[in-house]
Structures are given as C-alpha cells and as structure tokens.
Design a protein around this ligand. Structure first.
Ligand code: TYC
Length: 155
C-alpha cells in the first residue's frame, strides 16, 4: 500500500507503524467527510493495494464522480368543484375556462358532471398551483355573490 501513508502528515517513517496508521486513517476520513465528490475505486483495484485492511484507508486512485442530489416527484393535488343550486351554469363554465384553462367543450362537460354527480375534478396540480386556483375560484365566486365551492384533495 502506498496511499494513506504516502501522503499523510501523520505517517512516522521510523517507528510507531500502528499509531501512524490509525492517525492516517482518521486523517483520510476527515478529508472524505468534506468532499463534494465521491472517490470511487475501480473494481479491479478493490483493496489489493490496501494493507491496513479497513477498505477505505487506501490511496485515492479512482474516478471522481459528482454525487447527484436526491430529487423527488412532488405530491399532486386534485382541485374538486362542488355542486350547488344557485351558481349559474355559465359562471361555472367561465371559471373552468379562465382559471383552469379548459376549452368551451371541456368546461361544459366538467360543469355538467358536477351538476349531475355533485362533485368533479377541475384539474390536478402541485400544491401551490392547486391552492392558487382554489383561491382564484373562491374569490371570483364571492365577488359575484355565488355560493360556488371548490377544495383540494391529495392524490
Ligand atoms: N347546479 C347549478 C345550477 O343548476 C350549476 C352548477 C354546476 C353549480 C356546477 C355549481 O360546481 C357547480 N345552476
């Protein structure tokens, strides 16, 4: 092995081989803890040059691979519209076109579905987008004095 010993300032060439090796391992771990790049050993070099047998105290003779941050898909939320007896059908269609970007046919279909079944899905969005659309719908309904209600539901 040429690694930790070769570059570590803790290696003592005359005597204290065990003490020197432990300090070298600690030093290597301290350096590794601050790395932005994982040092990967190629498979053919696995431990063959590492005589302290800890598997990670050897020389840094691999390929530096940039570690990728974990990315997760965001949770999605349905915006549900509820039926009532008073909000005009045309107003609901208007909301579906303006707030939920539906064309006239889609908006009419969704409105009729809600009218007949009591509830229907206007769209599925990430949390902030869904919340904004609920607020815009409720604000417009209030402004025009209609009792139209809509809510969020996690998918
Ligand atoms: N039921 C209402 C009416 O007959 C129309 C309506 C449809 C209201 C959908 C709300 O979410 C709604 N005028």
């Amino acid at each position: 092995m040429v690694g930790a010993k070769a570059y570590s300032p803790f290696f003592c060439p005359r005597g204290h081989p065990i003490f020197g090796n432990i300090l070298a391992m600690v030093h290597t771990k301290m350096i590794n803890a601050h790395r932005k790049f994982a040092i990967m050993k190629p498979a053919w070099a696995a431990d063959e040059d590492d005589d302290n047998r800890d598997g990670d105290g050897g020389p840094d003779t691999g390929v530096a691979i940039k570690t990728r941050p974990k990315v997760k898909k965001p949770s999605m939320y349905k915006v549900l519209m509820l039926n009532d007896d008073y909000t005009p059908m045309e107003f609901v269609v208007h909301i579906l076109e303006r707030v939920f970007s539906k064309n006239a046919d889609e908006a009419t279909q969704i409105m009729l579905h809600v009218h007949q079944k009591g509830v229907g899905v206007c769209g599925v969005y990430t949390y902030e987008v869904a919340e904004t659309k609920v607020t815009q719908t409720m604000d417009l309904a209030k402004k025009h004095q209609h009792p139209l209600q809509c809510t969020l539901e996690k998918e």
